[in-house]
Design a protein around this ligand. Structure first.
Ligand code: UD1
Length: 423
């Protein structure tokens, strides 16, 4: 296994370019299953473990893929299998994204249930509800979702989500574009990743109104085309890099971004005392002498994202006072806290809220990654901890951060990747 060995105490400075968004890549890769003609060319796809896992799933279904640089070519012409097996689905919950497109194109799909998650329950009831509304029959048998369409073709419906869900909105969209008639989705997720999926589907020939809002209207069509498309930047990677500058007292610029998508996070950096300057495609953050404590609540977009919650807690360990960080999306997403406390932080958990007592000097030790964003928070803590921090099990980090140690080292960090044996 790999670990990151971080020598703390170095201020970050300089410029770095954001990678393409992982969470946008996954639904657009799934959406290529909707077209039986031609080859898709997708640019700015990050070279990440999750992308490899997802393309393996597409290959298993019969799609042909080539990935070079950050360009992914996909031809789904020869897709024949409609079964997403446990061995691939268990590696990544986002595999559920193949359900909607496979069902819409082939009339049936067999997808393994995704299973548990490191930070609490992550049900898929809303994905299934959306498929049923569109006319599918769903049964769960021997660990598989068996979905079929008795009438042969999905029918338009009104789908009203009781909870805002990125994944379920994506699946509903990908199914509705090939359904008969006009589907409406209320309380749709408005995350930039869903906006990007809408733009992708529209470029393929779909008709979608309300892109970027919580009310979507989709006119079904019979066929969609293969296209060339450029993915958007990764807003969570960008927020993590900015937090790395803020926690080390540094100043960095992240290029290749759309600051508009990061308003809630940038506002909190300003509340914490950072100076934030934006251009059309860059963000420059300068850390203050002393960070102020801040209270945040993670909620669906456009609010502060749950995927930045762990990194924000790490940052607030260095603020002058007490911060309250509440997660209203995933109430139990606090695996990083015991590990941050092992580095010297003083953080308590009260239901779905973390109370961070800062500032606390951190000192390096071995810490364990438990999930993707938890690992990012440990790396941030390691950047400011005295001495050497070893972040173990970095395969979690590698799922979502492209060349993270290379990017941080270019900004002045000292991080080395080493192999180790876990007993
Ligand atoms: C996506 C992101 C993940 C992010 C999350 C919330 C990807 C690959 N992953 O995950 O990084 O943390 O959005 O922004 O894009 N829910 C249900 N029933 C369902 C589905 C969801 O109750 O069928 C609940 C969840 O438990 C959660 C909330 O809805 O409380 C939001 O989850 P959702 O937006 O679906 O998360 P994902 O799409 O899995």
């Amino acid at each position: 296994m790999d670990k990151l060995v971080i020598k703390g105490g170095r201020q970050l400075s300089g410029c770095v370019t954001a990678s393409g968004s992982k969470n946008s890549s996954l639904p657009i890769i799934a959406a290529t299953l909707l077209s039986g003609q031609g080859t898709f060319t997708l640019h700015r796809i990050p070279a990440l473990k999750d992308i490899t896992t997802f393309t393996q799933l597409l290959n298993h279904l019969g799609a042909v893929t080539t990935f070079s640089g950050n360009t992914l070519n996909i031809s789904s012409q020869n897709v024949e299998s409609i079964q997403a097996p446990y061995e691939l689905v268990k590696k990544m919950r986002a595999s559920i994204y193949v359900l909607g497109p496979m069902l819409a194109r082939f009339g049936h799909a067999r997808v393994s249930l995704p299973g548990g998650c490191a930070f609490g329950p992550r049900p898929i009831d809303l994905h299934l509800m959306a498929m049923e509304k569109l006319g599918a029959t769903i049964t769960i048998e021997t660990g598989f979702i068996e979905a079929s369409i008795p009438g042969g073709k999905l029918r338009a419906a009104h789908i009203d989500f009781p909870v805002s869900s990125v994944g379920a909105t994506g699946n509903a969209l990908m199914a509705a574009v090939l359904a008969e008639g006009t589907t409406t989705i209320s309380n749709a997720a408005a995350e930039p990743e869903i906006e990007t999926l809408c733009k992708f589907l529209i470029a393929m020939g779909a008709t979608i109104r309300g892109t970027g809002t919580t009310e979507l209207e989709i006119e079904g069509t019979n066929s969609l085309n293969a296209i060339e498309f450029s993915n958007v930047f990764d807003r969570i990677e960008t927020g993590t890099l900015l937090a790395a500058a803020a926690i080390t007292g540094g100043e960095i610029t992240v290029n290749g971004v759309e600051p508009e998508q990061m308003k809630a996070v940038l506002k909190k950096f300003v509340h914490a005392g950072c100076s934030v300057k934006t251009t059309e495609n860059s963000i420059t953050l300068k850390s203050p002498e002393k960070l102020f404590p801040t209270d945040i609540t993670a909620k669906p977009y456009p609010s502060f994202p749950t995927d930045m919650q762990a990194q924000w807690i790490a940052l607030m360990t260095q603020a002058e006072g007490t911060s309250h960080i509440t997660d209203k999306v995933y109430h139990e997403r606090f695996n990083h806290i015991p590990e941050l406390n092992r580095l010297g932080a003083h953080i308590e958990i009260l239901k779905n809220q973390a109370i961070v007592h800062g500032p606390q000097p951190l000192s390096g030790t071995k810490v364990m990654s438990t999930d993707l964003r938890a690992s990012a928070s440990l790396v941030l803590a390691g950047l400011v901890a005295e001495g050497t921090t070893e972040v173990l099990r970095v395969y979690h980090l590698d799922r979502g951060y492209e060349q993270i140690e290379m990017k941080l080292n270019c900004l002045g960090a000292s991080i080395v990747r080493e192999k180790y044996n876990e007993f």
